[in-house]
Design a protein around this ligand. Structure first.
Ligand SMILES: Nc1ncnc2c1ncn2[C@@H]1O[C@H](COP(=O)(O)OP(=O)(O)OP(=O)(O)O)[C@@H](O)[C@H]1O
Ligand SMILES: O=c1[nH]c(=O)c2[nH+]cn([C@@H]3O[C@H](COP(=O)(O)O)[C@@H](O)[C@H]3O)c2[nH]1
Ligand SMILES: NC(=O)CC[C@H](N)C(=O)O
Ligand SMILES: [Mg+2]
Length: 510
């Protein structure tokens, strides 16, 4: 297949956005770090170079060998990429007199260029750079300028190599998508065939071939990713798929029963395993967030292992891993990035588990998972569900976990989430939940002194959970919810609302 685009990452904060824009054009693409260019490029029909926090003039900046790519296949170099091609091929890159961030308009476009087809002078573009290309590389012609940036776009003569100083991938570059389409479709000749339907068709065929008549165990959580993964696998191998939904004792109120019931109509082979005592006993007395996460991860693996022994010929463990979990990005500091939280399902399987791993969604972003789900007729209700973390309420109860604390938080969470639904707010929030804080405070109820727990409500908007902002929920809603919680949940006498963005705070409190 030549219909794939290679995006080389130089560490720009927008690299994932480039990938999303390309995929919105129904063209598949993959991100690779600049220092891991695949040896075999035969599946790629075009290459895009990303921007970078580095200056090309710095000694420690990324300087990869592009001789196997440049001039041999269509190449689009964005920002740092464009500067990189200029710097090493007879051009000149220097610090600009004024730093150029934000809005600019194209003041000149060279006529009759396929690259700027149906884009007119005046079109708004977004800049984010402090270096500028003073002199173009050899054999280059300028294709576009802005008032401040003469060399805003260029082409190398007799090559399908293009450089642009602005960012076509960001929303504020009005014709950015048209520009990418011009490059990928009109110039590189790629086909726009990568649709959710096509993804389902090819993935099901691949899964059939890979798995054959083996049996597969899949951890099903009621969440979007594992549900879509299950339906895909079910299409491929039918009854050979064994789904396990684990009650880890840390689910929401009635979630174990409700989710099992919801799956009944879907034709999947789902087994509910109540391992709550096993998880809660293993967690007893532990209050360190990372240790809690590790314990939960370990017990999940043990439960899956036990279950796999009950299924004859089980050879595979399926997981709902998605693309953001596996993208290797270039870190601006060069070092390994810090571990903020250990996700319960990342890090591979222990040696004692003999199962091979199959991850049918590992090349998709979350919104693409939802679209694939919709193309398989999974209901909007399921696909619109807020994400819920595998370690569940354990990472929303600060400090040690007891059954009593879980029961309190389940009640609080149910009032909050049901309230969001009743008020028609659920779908405008990306994720919401309640945290049980390890503090008691003084209150007065019916003339009596109370000394009880405090809960924090959190509701965020986001696209992928990587960054998030708190939602401005109506005061009337917060007022009613707070009242309901304090009146209906014994042991809680205070409710606060979390108004922190991510970063610096994270979505979950642990
Ligand atoms: N209670 C559970 N029982 C079985 N497997 C689980 C459970 N909770 C999580 N998992 C597994 O861990 C994976 C990761 O969980 P994660 O919450 O990221 O995804 P999800 O639950 O499928 O989707 P969502 O992000 O929408 O909640 C799931 O895809 C699933 O395979
Ligand atoms: O399946 C999961 N296993 C985990 O261990 C885990 N930790 C956080 N999350 C979810 O990831 C998103 C980002 O969370 P944070 O801002 O708290 O890191 C949010 O959507 C969190 O709910 C997890 N999901
Ligand atoms: N966004 C970018 O790629 C910036 C490139 C380079 N760091 C500059 O400031 O000019
Ligand atoms: Mg989940």
């Amino acid at each position: 297949m030549q219909n794939n685009v290679l995006i080389l990452d130089f560490g720009s904060q927008y690299t994932q956005l480039i990938a999303r824009r390309v995929r919105e054009l129904n063209i598949f693409c993959e991100i690779k770090p600049y220092n891991k260019v695949p040896k075999d490029l035969s599946s790629f029909g075009a290459v895009i170079l990303s921007g970078s926090p580095f200056s090309v003039r710095a000694d420690d900046a990324p300087h990869p060998d592009l001789s196997g790519i440049r001039g041999k296949m269509p190449l689009l170099a964005v920002c740092y990429g464009a500067q990189y091609l200029a710097h090493f091929h007879g051009g000149n890159v220097a610090p600009s007199n004024t730093r150029e961030y934000g809005r600019a308009n194209l003041s000149y476009i060279k006529g009759e260029e396929a690259f700027f087809h149906s884009i007119s002078e005046g079109s708004q573009v977004w800049m984010s750079h402090s270096d500028t290309i003073q002199k173009l590389p050899e054999n280059a012609v300028v294709l576009a300028s802005t008032n401040d940036v003469e060399n805003a776009a260029y082409k190398i003569k007799n090559e399908n190599t293009y450089g642009i100083q602005f960012h076509p991938e960001v929303y504020h570059t009005t014709d950015g998508k048209t520009l990418l389409e011009n490059f990928l479709v009109n110039i590189a000749g790629l086909k726009q065939t990568w649709t959710p339907d096509a993804f389902v068709e090819t993935t099901v065929a691949e899964l059939k071939k890979k798995i054959g008549t083996d049996k597969v165990i899949l951890g099903l959580s009621g969440g979007v990713d594992s549900t879509v993964a299950a339906v895909l696998l079910h299409k491929a191998i039918g009854k050979h798929l064994h789904c396990i939904f684990v009650n880890n004792g840390l689910l929401r109120k009635n979630e174990f029963e409700d989710v099992l019931k919801q799956y009944e109509g879907m034709g999947l082979n789902v087994k509910g395993v109540d391992a709550s005592a096993r998880f809660l006993d293993a967690l007893a007395g532990e209050s360190d967030p990372e240790k809690k996460r590790k314990i939960i991860g370990r017990v999940f693996v043990e439960v899956f292992d036990d279950e796999s022994h009950l299924v004859e010929d089980a050879k595979w463990l399926a997981q709902g891993t998605i693309y953001p979990d596996v993208i290797e990005s270039v870190s601006a500091t060069g070092g390994p990035s810090a571990t903020i939280k250990s996700h319960h399902n990342v890090g591979g399987l222990p040696d004692f588990m003999k199962l091979k791993v199959v991850e049918p969604l590992k090349m998709l972003f979350k919104d693409e998972v939802r679209r694939v789900g919709a193309s398989m007729a999974i209901s909007d209700d399921r696909l619109g569900r807020h994400p819920f973390p595998g370690p569940g309420l354990a990472i929303r109860i600060l400090g040690d976990i007891t059954r009593e604390k879980v029961a309190i938080l389940q009640e609080v969470d149910a009032i909050f989430i049901d309230g969001l639904r009743d008020w028609g707010l659920y779908d405008s929030v990306w994720q919401a939940g309640a945290m049980l804080l390890p503090v008691n405070s003084v209150g007065v109820m019916g003339d009596e002194r109370t000394y009880e727990k405090c809960v924090a409500l959190r509701a965020v908007e986001s696209t992928d959970g990587m960054t998030a902002d708190w939602v401005n929920l109506p005061y009337e809603f917060l007022q009613k919810t707070s009242n309901d919680i304090i009146n209906k949940v014994p042991g809680v006498n205070r409710v606060v609302y979390d108004i922190s963005s991510k970063p610096p705070a994270t979505i979950e409190w642990e």
